[in-house]
Design a protein around this ligand. Structure first.
Ligand SMILES: C[S@@+](CC[C@H](N)C(=O)[O-])C[C@H]1O[C@@H](n2cnc3c(N)ncnc32)[C@H](O)[C@@H]1O
Length: 289
């Protein structure tokens, strides 16, 4: 094992990660520390790697740089970045279709927390295949991710938002808003505030699709977290890093049904394991008409 691999193995040990995190936390540097960690993950994964064949079969759109792929996916792996985005879009389409609606017939769709376009980049294939006039938009609070999408995904309308609402969109605008792996990384007060905001910009009778960490993550919680989860409470780790992957939220079924989905009806729940390649629970909500 080379020296870099040794340092890497040390850093990845749970105990080392926790101690480093608690020091950074005390210094108020946890967000900077985690961004640095993501850069290291990207550099380490790319270092010495042969060109990923998935890069050759890209969809004609540029690939975001490795550190951005790590920010949204936890790994820079190109094949995973592309295949997860495509699978997720198929899942969104099928989940909506299971309620008798077709995304291709919608007017406007929003990707809330679009990151560097992992899902967004796949819409043109679907739109072209159906000759649809659907308009897709994306918004994110991270200026680098927003800027990359704005420069590289010309078919989409892009916006940069603040960490807290509002968004600059009119009331009742979108037929569908989806938010993949975003509520899984938001502080408690922001989760409620953002659901209220997505409700405002969704058409009456329109859909909001969000993903959560539910029962399949229960076994990984410690005793205190597990007890709170079983009482139906939202469980949060590193809430001060809200918006980053370091912050993790775990959503019991009751919390989603009673708190998060206020003003919506729960139309479909797809649990982890029900669809290949999807590692978070999916909730399709419908804004009451
Ligand atoms: C795990 S990434 C997922 C990105 C994208 N949805 C995907 O599936 O590739 C979480 C995303 O949520 C974004 N995010 C976090 N807080 C946000 C907020 N308050 N408003 C908009 N986007 C936010 C992050 O910048 C990041 O792009």
């Amino acid at each position: 094992m080379g020296r870099i691999d040794q340092y890497w193995a040390m850093l990845k040990q749970k105990g080392t990660f926790r101690s480093a995190a608690s020091v950074l936390r005390r210094l108020g540097l946890i967000r900077h520390g985690f961004r640095a960690y993501e850069h290291i993950v990207a550099a380490k994964e790319v270092w010495g790697q042969k060109r990923d064949p998935a890069q050759e079969v890209a969809d004609g759109l540029p690939l975001p740089p490795p550190d951005m792929r790590v920010m949204v996916a936890g790994t820079q792996h190109v094949g995973w970045f592309l295949s997860f985005g495509a699978t997720m879009l198929e899942t969104i389409r099928d989940t909506v279709a299971s309620r008798g609606a077709a995304v291709e017939t919608f007017d406007e769709i929003l990707d809330f927390g679009c990151g560097c376009g992992r899902v967004l980049r796949h819409w043109p294939k679907l739109i072209d295949a159906h000759g649809s006039s659907l308009k897709v938009s994306g918004t994110d609070y991270n200026p680098r991710l927003y800027d990359w999408c704005r420069r590289n995904l010309p078919f989409a309308g892009l916006s940069l938002n603040k960490a807290a609402p509002p968004l600059g969109y009119a009331d009742d605008r979108f037929d569908l808003i989806y938010s993949i792996s975003v509520f899984t990384h938001l502080a408690a007060d922001l989760q409620v505030a953002w659901m209220r905001e997505l409700h405002r910009i969704c058409k009456p009778g329109g859909y909001v699709l969000v993903t959560t960490h539910g029962d399949s993550f229960r076994a990984g919680l410690n005793d205190v977290e597990g007890a709170a989860y079983d009482r139906g409470e939202l469980v949060l780790r590193f809430e001060e890093a809200s918006g980053m992957n370091l912050c993790n939220a775990f959503h019991p079924d009751a919390y989603v049904r009673e708190v998060l989905s206020r003003g919506f009806s729960v139309e479909v729940f797809v649990g982890v394991g029900e669809r290949d390649g999807i590692y978070q629970d999916i909730w399709l909500l419908r804004k009451n008409a």
